[in-house]
Write a protein that binds this ligand. Structure first.
Ligand code: TLP
Length: 339
């Protein structure tokens, strides 16, 4: 049985062409700054995002954690939305690695109000931790791939700027956001002090993420990457895939979004599921309306050849990506409707 895997866009495998690029990659020791492929990827990434410098790291999680560690000191406080990846899915790294405490704000579909942010920033008082960083996410995974325009985030960023607080954007899927808005990604990140994005999701590379920011920020980030053991020596074989992903894959993301909309339209017609969020990028969240437990639903879909992830007690997440064919999206909808 052919399995349709919509668990995540992280599951994509390198194409034949990408494997050839990997095989032919020029490499050197990146801890000495001598890997030509990594250097080239970092320059390309910084240019695309309009930042001074970039750093190649093994994962999106490491990129976010490094950013937090560079922008803060132990004992500080980070503000983020309650369903953000950095708070929910990074295994407590903010507390464990950075020694910071996290102040989570309840958001409306992934974003808290500017007023809530203003109210959460600590004043100068010997009893309080210092608020030194606010972390945002675009597209927002738990909010169903929600896309934030520059205008939506502008008031928040202005508050941080006035308060002298650094801002980090978890832009794991920032290229999805840019494609959805039909703008270049630099416009989405220009007012953030740092931004991370993943090569290994919709862009289709097997491994790797990028952290971007000012020259000083990346200088420090390189040091923290070393602390975390993320200096990858001849990582150029991975960076070469990343370069190809950045140069070619962006143009393909609109297709992933179109397939997600096909799936969403099918879900809207089902009796046993409904859409939990409007679909804005490549993530679809379906709310299950039947009587079974969500774990059983996931297991039954798997028996029928469809892999999805449970997303809370009664929802499923389905993510479109380069390895899913258009007809498989229709099949996936049929399987969902049939259980
Ligand atoms: N997200 C994964 C899971 O961890 C949930 C997925 O399948 O979507 N930021 C965001 C917004 C993410 O969605 C992810 C991965 C990361 C950071 C972390 O990236 P990696 O997996 O490279 O550490």
């Amino acid at each position: 049985m052919e399995v349709i895997d919509l668990r995540s866009d992280t599951i994509t495998r390198p194409t034949e062409k990408m494997r050839q690029v990997i095989a032919g990659a020029e490499v050197g020791d990146d801890v000495y700054g001598e890997d030509p492929s990594i250097n080239c990827l970092e320059q390309l990434a910084a240019k695309k995002l309009g930042k001074e410098k970039a750093l190649f790291v093994p994962s999106g999680t490491m990129a976010n954690q490094i950013a937090a560690m560079v922008h803060t000191s132990p004992g500080d406080e980070i503000i983020t939305e309650i369903t953000s990846h950095i708070f929910l899915y990074e295994a407590g790294g903010l507390g464990r690695l950075g020694g910071v405490q996290t102040h989570v704000l309840q958001g409306e579909r992934g974003l808290f109000s500017p007023e809530a942010l203003e109210g959460a920033i600590r004043g100068e008082n010997i009893h309080f931790p210092r608020t030194t960083l606010v972390a945002f996410e675009n597209t927002h995974n738990r909010a169903g791939g929600r896309v934030f325009s520059p205008e939506e985030l502008a008031p928040h960023l202005e508050i941080c700027r006035q308060a002298g607080i650094k801002t980090h954007l978890d832009g794991a899927r920032i290229f999805n956001a840019a494609v959805a808005l039909d703008i270049t990604p630099d416009l989405l990140v220009q007012d953030f002090d740092s931004v991370s994005f993943c090569l290994s999701k919709g862009l289709g590379a097997p491994v790797g993420s990028i952290l971007c920011g000012s020259t000083d920020f990346i200088h420090e980030a390189r040091r923290v990457r070393k602390i975390l053991g993320g200096g990858m020596r001849q990582g150029g074989i991975l960076a070469a895939a990343g370069i190809m992903a950045l140069e070619e894959a962006e143009a393909r993301l609109a297709r992933d979004h179109r397939l997600a909309r096909i799936l969403a339209e099918a879900i809207e017609k089902m009796d046993n599921f409904q859409l939990e969020f409007p679909v804005e990028s490549n993530i679809v969240v379906g709310k299950y309306l039947g009587a079974q437990k969500i774990g059983e639903v996931v297991a039954r879909l798997k028996e029928k050849g469809l892999l999805v992830n449970a997303f809370g007690p009664s929802s499923l997440r389905l993510v479109t990506h380069q390895d899913v064919k258009e007809e498989e999206v229709y099949q996936a909808a049929e399987i969902m409707g049939s259980i």
